[in-house]
Design a protein around this ligand. Structure first.
Ligand code: TPP
Length: 274
């Protein structure tokens, strides 16, 4: 079902609040990854509010859909959406990166139950999703397994081994979402190691591929719906995004990949996100 105007406004409001949380959390901690979180957040909001079949009161429910944040450094986006979805109190977000906190700098499922897998070492999320998805096929579960990858991350060889595995096992319950923001830790993806024609490459690996604007929630929603009805093949959604989206001075630069805003920058950012 299409997202109607009222629902769209609601989702956009949630994403705006999450963007505010992202910059506040990273500022408060004095470290973290704001820019790749800001590029990913519209996708995560649509995924968690419209598609994931989950029970917030029972985070480990066996039949739940699972999410693997393969680009694990983007916890500010992940935690802000988990809080918005009701897994824990909004106030807890300000414990981000504190010593012993449940909200570790990278996701830890030994600290936080609603995190389906620990991550942070890039390149591993799709392999984890494949394992869970294959087990679900054997167990006759209808659950779906979502993975978010970064475009810098897919330079890792393990991703391609995993991509072959998903299609070899006809894992149509796997949906990977590529946050294609074109910038990695220290510059443009193309200048570090070009991905070439990513669309053609994933197709050649046996995937159904959908190319969308990752900040257009309607398109994100339709792509996730299409992935859900694709039989016999895994789906990759190439979500074209802007690194730092929503905070003008963080957009299209690698500067804020892993840098906290100063006090003045936080004020400016919150002004823009009002
Ligand atoms: C195996 C591994 N190598 C290096 C890093 C350090 N690292 C963290 S983020 C990052 C860049 C990732 O770029 P991208 O996937 O494009 O992320 P995004 O721009 O979406 O934040 C790197 C190299 C890591 N976490 N894991």
């Amino acid at each position: 079902m299409m997202v109607d105007t009222q629902e769209l406004e609601k989702l956009q409001g949630i994403a705006r609040q999450c963007r505010r949380d992202i910059v506040k959390m990273v500022h408060h901690a004095g470290s973290g990854h704001p820019a790749g979180s800001l590029s990913a957040i519209d996708i995560l909001v649509v995924l968690y509010f419209r598609h994931m079949n989950i029970r917030t009161e029972e985070p480990q429910w066996r039949e739940r859909d699972m999410f693997f944040l393969s680009k694990g450094h983007c916890t500010p986006a992940y935690y802000s959406v988990l809080a918005a979805r009701g897994y824990f109190d909004h106030d807890e977000l300000m414990t981000f990166r504190d010593l012993g906190t449940r909200l570790q700098g990278h996701p830890s499922n030994t600290h936080l139950e609603c995190v389906d897998s620990s991550s942070g070492s890039l390149g591993q999320g799709l392999s984890l999703a494949n394992g869970a998805a294959l087990a679900a096929k054997y167990d006759l579960l209808d659950s779906r397994y979502y993975v978010m990858l970064g475009d810098g991350e897919i330079q890792e060889g393990q991703v391609w081994e995993a991509a072959m595995t998903s299609s070899d096992h006809d894992l149509d319950n796997v949906c990977a979402i590529l946050d294609a923001n074109s910038i990695q830790l220290d510059g443009p993806v193309d200048s570090v190691k070009s991905l070439g024609d990513i669309d053609a490459k994933w197709r050649a690996f046996g995937w159904h591929v959908i190319d969308i604007d990752g900040h257009n929630m309607q398109e994100v929603d339709e792509a996730l719906t299409q992935a859900n009805s694709t039989i016999g093949r895994p789906t990759l959604i190439i979500a074209r995004t802007v690194k730092g989206k929503g905070v003008s001075f963080m957009e299209n630069t690698s500067k804020y990949h892993g840098l906290a805003p100063t006090d003045e920058e936080l004020e400016l950012a919150l002004e823009e996100l009002r």
